[in-house]
Ligand binder design. Structure first.
Ligand code: GLU
Length: 285
């Protein structure tokens, strides 16, 4: 039934640099899908990490999208202005015993992993080896009382125990896919330096904004397993997903900032029109 409803899609860039052709492709996928389905297209700026994000890039993103010919519905959601929402979500999980504080430094975790016989990896890197889960409660309480900086991790086994049925998601053109959130282990939901995480904020905001169809690059396909778990734990509605292949250059390498993908600004400075850039991004008029 939901398949016939006008979709609500979104584009959710992080303002860590200027938009490149890969971003233009992702934005156009979401925008076209909404417009063709007479739905809504939302824009969200994922800027919770103040060490990497800059307001001038946010301004540039809005300007570049307008230049490209995209319009969006309603106000832009700027994640950094909604930290209280994420805090509330964390509190709800914490009150149900689904989070635990983690005081570990990166090097403590690396040392523990190096010393252990097996070091399973998940989509975000090596799985947390459970150091702070083994701390006696009195020690945890004392360290919290002393104000020691800590992250908050999801207690994955407790979270999985809350599920009352199989966890799946609906992927456009592929149908229902089974999720395996355990592959993330005790994932961080609030970092020491940023009191939230990508996984937490993205699922919160998709629910808050009524996003019904998440279009995004297929590099984020594994993350969907975890996002579905968070949606189930929080009793948030389930959107549909459409992961698209990432745009590649002529040599077949995927476009990324690191590999010097041309930004929309570079292309415009070289004289490319918005229609030409849309075509380069896979959407000829
Ligand atoms: N902010 C993420 C990125 O720039 C996208 C998140 C998403 O679409 O779920 O890669």
């Amino acid at each position: 039934m939901t398949a016939t409803r006008p979709p609500v899609t979104r584009f959710a860039p992080s303002p860590t640099g200027f938009l490149h052709l890969g971003h233009a492709h992702a934005a156009l996928v979401a925008w076209r899908t909404a417009r063709q389905g007479r739905g809504r297209f939302l824009l969200r700026i994922e800027d919770i990490d103040s060490t990497r994000c800059r307001p001038e890039f946010t301004e540039a993103i809005l300007e570049d999208l307008r230049w490209l010919g995209l319009d969006w519905d309603g106000p832009v959601r700027i994640q950094s202005r909604h930290m209280a929402d994420y805090r509330r979500t964390l509190l709800s999980l914490r009150e149900r015993g689904l989070l635990f504080p983690c005081f570990c430094t990166r090097s403590e975790i690396a040392r523990e992993i190096a010393a252990s016989a097996s070091a399973p990896h998940g989509p975000d890197g090596p799985l947390y080896p459970g150091i702070c889960l083994r701390l006696p409660p009195a020690k945890v309480a004392a360290r919290l009382a002393s104000g020691e900086p800590h992250a908050l991790r999801l207690n994955m086994s407790r979270a999985l125990a809350c599920l009352d049925g199989p966890l799946t998601f609906e992927e456009a053109t592929r149908g229902r896919i089974a999720c395996n959130p355990a592959q993330f282990g005790d994932v961080v939901l609030a970092r020491k330096e940023v009191p939230a995480s990508y996984h937490l904020c993205v699922t919160h905001d998709d629910a808050e904004d009524g996003v019904t169809l998440v279009t995004r690059g297929e590099d984020l396909l594994p993350a969907t397993d975890l996002h579905r778990l968070l949606q189930r734990l929080m009793n948030w509605p389930e959107p549909r997903y459409a992961h698209h292949p990432l745009l590649a250059d002529a040599a077949g390498r995927r476009l990324s900032k690191r590999d010097g993908a041309p930004t929309l600004r570079d292309l415009s400075a070289r004289g490319a029109s918005p229609a030409e850039v849309r075509a380069l991004a896979g959407f000829p008029d």
